[in-house]
Design a protein around this ligand. Structure first.
Ligand SMILES: CC(=O)/C=C/C=C(C)/C=C/C1=C(C)CCCC1(C)C
Ligand SMILES: CC(/C=C/C=O)=C\C=C\C=O
Ligand SMILES: [Fe+2]
Length: 535
């Protein structure tokens, strides 16, 4: 990619020596050939898989059996640990997976589900793996009461009467009724603490990356009283940067937190240029000197936040009349150095951003790339579990592209948004990216089903595809001593046909398969993860 590496990627490093403890008494160990590499076959010991409870096969509205992809099902037990052997030298890999139902309660959307952490640890040729539920208040309350007790992404407990609705209103604005279900991402702070996040601020939960145990709520000690933040802060060894959407006075507060601290300090503020509320900021990009604040016309909606039943766009509303903008804030001063109108867009994930310079080295503008859904909000509906489970061969995934924003610094009122490469290179599917590597599409499909490596200089892509399988977010791990940006391994967790699943390793450069290691059972689709270097 013709750009500086993002801080988030640069912070992923190698480590070693993570251990998982297993309950030997309960363990049901058996030998099974599970790892195939191009060179050898190896053995794995799996623990506790026999505790898998029976699961009934879900059916679609028309009564047809649904897909046997574990991706769209619940994880089958709260906890599992096991070990298998591969060649390699990769540290703990934390990755998300989901519990879609609790008791009889079934969630509706991919962005719902109680958080399960999945850890992969490759060390000296051995792969240890495990998963464990995060003990959020929302999860514990749902488990104890056998019903939803907090407002989740697409679901809310139903108010029993008008008075309790009024109480709900108050508790919404205080944040008390919102979930702390940290099901979206996991970050390693510069001081080594590992925190799981979602878009509610109270859903920041510290975990032990070795055991995957929940340590407790990550408390911010500043006085900021807002309730939501971006799901993807930018985290480096030296700082944590995030955006706090202001729903009262539409805008965004940009904050920074130092390693070892729990206090976010304000860098600056951006007022929205459109209304009636700030645009959804699932993620945002930064460059060396600037923080880029996107103002997307898919905006938070206070009325929808209050509804118990899902609306077509959940907690959001599409406001094309409010237009779309990109703002650029100087990291050092908090001043806004550019604010341009751009074509309408829909994105969850920014990929990267860099400063464009003239011959004298002066910054002339910003280039920012994202996974862009052609300003089409139907992607949110597509990600309903019922839609994902009922794939019947029709090509229903809406087209997406690498959207490249150009934000000039010369005072022009308009910026540009164009495809950075021909979307046919990646099957016109594009999301869930780790810089160069993302998920693309092999049509027909209803969800991104390939791993794709995008080359934004030559405007080409290399694709990996396994018929019927759904890959999770690819993770690039550089080889120690690498000088080329793609010298390393790409790892993804694959949900395979027939309820199976495996960890996949691709060569970062050729994108050829190096190894795969089968899990004892398929795991539900996970969103984001991170590397935790071991001491
Ligand atoms: C793209 C993606 O993964 C989005 C996840 C979004 C989440 C988890 C949003 C969560 C929210 C709540 C749980 C309640 C309040 C509103 C909102 C921020 C939408
Ligand atoms: C799964 C996903 C977003 C995850 C957010 O964190 C987006 C899928 C988009 C499909 O094209
Ligand atoms: Fe995300």
């Amino acid at each position: 990619m013709a750009s500086s590496m993002s801080a988030a990627t640069a912070s992923k490093t190698f480590g070693s020596n993570a251990t998982f403890s297993g309950d030997v008494k309960e363990a049901i160990a058996f030998k099974k050939t599970v790892v195939s590499t191009k060179r050898s076959m190896r053995e794995m010991i799996i623990t506790n898989v026999a505790t898998r409870p029976p699961v009934s096969m879900p059916v679609t509205e028309s009564g047809q059996p649904e897909t046997k992809l574990a991706a769209w099902t619940s994880v089958r037990q709260e906890k599992w640990e096991g070990e298998l052997v591969v060649e390699g030298e990769i540290p703990i890999w934390l990755k998300w997976s989901r519990l879609w139902h609790i008791g009889d309660y079934n969630f509706r959307h991919l962005f719902d589900g109680y958080a399960t952490l999945v850890g992969l640890h490759f060390e000296n040729g051995k792969l240890k793996a495990g998963h464990r539920q995060i003990e959020s208040e929302a999860y514990k309350a749902a488990k104890n009461n056998k019903k939803l007790c907090y407002r989740e992404f697409s679901e809310a407990p139903k108010a029993e009467n008008f008075l309790s609705y009024l109480g709900d209103l108050a508790s919404l604005f205080s944040g008390a009724s919102l979930t702390d279900n940290a099901n979206t991402g996991v970050i390693k702070l510069g001081d080594g603490r590992v925190v799981c996040l979602t878009e509610t601020i109270k859903g920041s939960i510290e975990i032990n990356p070795h055991t995957l145990e929940t340590i407790g709520k990550f408390e911010y000690t500043d006085t900021y009283s807002g309730i939501i933040h971006s799901a993807h802060p930018i985290v480096t060894e030296s700082e944590f940067l995030t955006l706090l959407p202001d729903l009262i006075k539409p805008g965004y507060v940009v904050v920074r937190m130092e390693p070892g601290e729990n206090e976010r300090k304000v860098i600056g503020r951006v007022d929205c240029r459109g209304g009636p509320s700030p645009g959804w900021v699932h993620s945002f990009p930064v460059t060396e000197h600037y923080i880029i604040v996107p103002e997307m016309p898919l905006r938070y909606c206070a009325q929808n936040l209050l509804k118990a039943e899902p609306t077509p766009l959940y907690k959001f509303q599409w406001h094309p009349e409010s237009k779309a903008f990109m703002h650029v804030m100087c990291k050092a001063t908090g001043n806004i150095v550019a604010s341009v109108e751009v074509p309408l867009f829909v994105t969850f994930h920014f990929i990267n951003a860099y400063e464009d310079k003239d011959e004298d080295g002066r910054v002339t503008g910003i280039i920012a790339d994202c996974c862009e859904h052609n300003a089409n909000t139907t992607i949110l509906d597509m990600l309903k579990l019922q839609n994902l489970r009922s794939f019947n061969g029709d090509d229903v995934l809406a087209d997406a592209r690498v959207g490249r924003f150009t934000i000039p610094f010369d005072g022009s009122p308009m910026g540009k948004l164009e495809a950075a490469l021909d979307p046919n290179e990646h099957g016109k599917g594009m999301d869930i990216t780790d810089m160069l590597n993302a998920c693309g599409a092999e049509r027909p499909c209803n969800f991104p089903n390939t791993l794709t490596k995008i080359d934004l200089v030559n405007k080409t892509a290399k694709n990996w595809y396994d018929e019927g399988a759904v890959p999770s977010e690819p993770f690039f791990v550089p080889r120690p001593g690498a000088t080329e940006e793609d010298d390393g391994a790409v790892i993804s967790m694959i949900s395979d046909k027939n309820d199976e699943g495996y960890a996949l390793l691709l060569d970062g450069s050729s994108f050829e398969e190096i190894a795969r290691a089968k899990f004892p059972y398929g795991l539900p689709y996970g969103l984001h993860g991170c590397w935790v270097p071991m001491k």
